[in-house]
Design a protein around this ligand. Sequence first.
Ligand code: SAH
Length: 225
Amino acid sequence: MTAIDDDMAARRAAMVREIEQTAAGLVPRFSLSPRVLAAMGDVPRHAFVLPEHLSDAYRNGPLPIGFGQTISQPFIVALMTDLAALKPGDRVLDIGTGSGYQAAILAGLVSHVFTIELCAPLAARAAKTFKDLGLHNITMRVGDGHRGWPEEAPFDAIVVAAAPGEIPEALIAQLKPGGRLVIPVGGRTQKLIVVEKGSDQSSHRSEIIPVSFVPLMKDDSAGSA
Ligand code: SAH
């Protein structure tokens, strides 16, 4: 390891401690699973931020990634990953690839991640990052996440990083029985929602915390996804 790697590893460890403290400070207190915290401690977030934000890569906040988009706050990535209740053999759909950071965290915890990004230049940059880091269990495509990914469904979990006004029915339809959808919903005020699909096709919604995500945009070029 170089001195820079050592420095980044130390900053990453401090970020993980801050994430744990943020979770413990929620009312009611939230305790993140050790598996999720280990994944947050493994993935080099500095590989997913723009060069000008390198020194802020392990700050517990969102950062701009260009094209009006952001890499999510590390605590929120950890919380959403935890709420997805993942198992090692799972197949997961990640909507709004952005920098690819959330997909990389998921990839360390499950067998395969499918990820969809609407903005082609962001998708191209994330694809290069996945290649550079040797992340081979991520399949990405450019398209509109409102439709999910029917060809690869059903999924054990779906994690969405941009907020629609209403939960897209296609996403609930693409969950396995017992599967979970973790999604921010709303306009100016948003809530993080977990939808659990029952074994009888019923679904149960829980509201977790208020959040602030970019909007899940509509793809106007119908059929291109
Ligand atoms: N998970 C990302 C967060 C990126 S922000 C990360 O870890 O960096 C949300 C992303 O959703 C943006 O990149 C935006 O371009 C994308 N997005 C917005 N609307 C979308 C849609 N309808 N389908 C797919 N991606 C969408």
